[in-house]
Ligand binder design. Structure first.
Ligand code: LMR
Length: 394
């Protein structure tokens, strides 16, 4: 049997992580995988996470199973964090999942169950694993224009034109904030236009929100997903705590199925439980318990928010420093978009050949589509990157 296996394409982001690890040069700079790093290059355990873990260690009496959709207190706290008061709790079915990837996977499977012929419209570009999982499940994807390679902003006219070709029942996959991989985002007026189009054409919205708090702020970054949830007939929302709580390896995510008809919620909820049971039974609990502990404790929550805000501000500072440095070196504003982008990433908008040149000659690692993880920089490496970008002829 095993001889029938075929080698699968390597995930580009994870392959880059490995190549970086193996590079012996001590000047190397890692702008690859989407993991936050502080100025010392460390991905710290957040203070509130440490404190919550301590509390759990002291109080937890059992490691027995929790429930197929996880602890309801986790769902409640996360729904509140993401959706605020935009929709009533009774309109939301929710299940804990192994990370945001697990939430996406379960969402895609739900779509396939409910609507086998639905096509999934994905931004061009999107997080590569969206496409990879959809292909693996045999689901049809349709790219919609998103990134304007001239301005490095959103090609909004192109996006709308492409979404207009969607048929009733097709799914539109959107990034709730901090678009991965480009860093270019819609404004709220544009979001409203997308929502109107979704409603006019009877499309299904799916929002992936993995970086809440990394863009314009915790509340600000939730505005788009709240607008979608409160304006459409139904939507799916895949959320991740990996980045904003820094609990990457704990695999902590949530899938929400929101319907404007609350009589639908019981079936949605039961379906999410069924899907969990089929794929991995009970979702991981430790990360979810940390998150719940933090969100339900005023002091821990305040400390978490303060630390997250520091992270956000430091990334904005690095963006500005890089844009300024490039301005100084080139005498032009053509890299000003780096300061405008939001979230962990910016797409430089250069060729794979120049990305490879940066890696080979300057030990700078960014994803082949020229996605840079801004958090991989610090005040000392920004000028090195800027000079390399200019020297490489980007
Ligand atoms: C990324 O885009 O780098 C992260 O979401 C990590 C991953 O799993 O790809």
């Amino acid at each position: 049997m095993f001889e029938n296996l075929k080698a699968q394409p390597a995930d580009k982001i994870l392959a880059l992580m490995q190549a970086y690890r193996e590079d012996p040069r001590d000047t190397k700079i890692d702008l690859g995988v989407g993991v936050y790093k502080n100025a010392e290059g460390v991905t710290p355990v957040m203070r509130a996470v440490k404190a919550a873990e301590q509390q759990i260690w002291e109080e937890q009496e059992s490691k027995s199973y929790v429930g197929l959709v996880g602890d309801p207190a986790y769902s409640d706290a996360m729904i509140k964090l993401i959706l605020g008061d935009s929709v009533a709790r009774e309109n939301v079915g929710a299940a804990a999942t192994p990370g945001g990837t697990g939430a996406c996977r379960q969402a895609f499977e739900l779509i396939q169950m409910a609507s086998p012929d639905a096509r999934v419209f994905v931004s061009n570009p999107t997080w590569p694993n969206h496409i990879s999982i959809l292909n693996y499940l045999g689901m049809e994807t349709v790219p919609y224009r998103y990134f304007d390679s001239e301005t490095r902003g959103v090609d909004f006219d192109g996006m709308i034109e492409d979404l207009k070709t969607a048929k009733a029942g097709d799914v539109v996959l959107l990034h709730g904030c901090c678009h991965n991989p480009t860093g270019a985002n819609l404004n709220l007026v544009q979001w409203q236009e997308v929502v109107d189009l979704i409603n006019a054409q009877n499309l299904v919205a799916m929002v992936d929100i993995a970086y809440q708090g990394f863009g314009d702020g915790l509340e600000e970054d939730a505005q788009a997903v709240r607008l979608v949830a409160s304006s459409v007939k139904e939507c799916l929302i895949a959320a991740s705590c990996s980045k904003n709580f820094g609990v990457y390896r704990e695999r902590t995510g949530l899938l929400m199925a929101v319907s404007n008809d609350s009589s639908q919620t019981a079936l949605n909820q039961a379906t999410l439980a069924f899907l969990n049971r089929q794929n991995y039974s009970f979702p991981p609990d430790h990360g979810a318990r940390i998150v719940t502990t933090i969100l339900n404790d005023d002091a821990l929550r305040a400390d978490w928010m303060a630390e997250l805000e520091d992270v956000r501000i430091s990334m904005l500072g690095l963006r500005q420093q890089l844009a300024d440095e490039l301005q100084r070196l080139t005498g032009s504003d053509r890299f000003g978009f780096i300061a405008q982008h939001r979230g962990m990433f910016s797409r430089l908008g250069t060729t794979p050949e120049l990305v490879e040149k940066l890696r080979a000659e300057h030990a700078i690692y960014m994803v082949g589509d020229s996605r840079m993880n801004i958090a991989g920089l610090n005040a000392q490496t920004v000028p090195i990157l800027a000079k390399a970008i200019v020297d490489a002829g980007v």
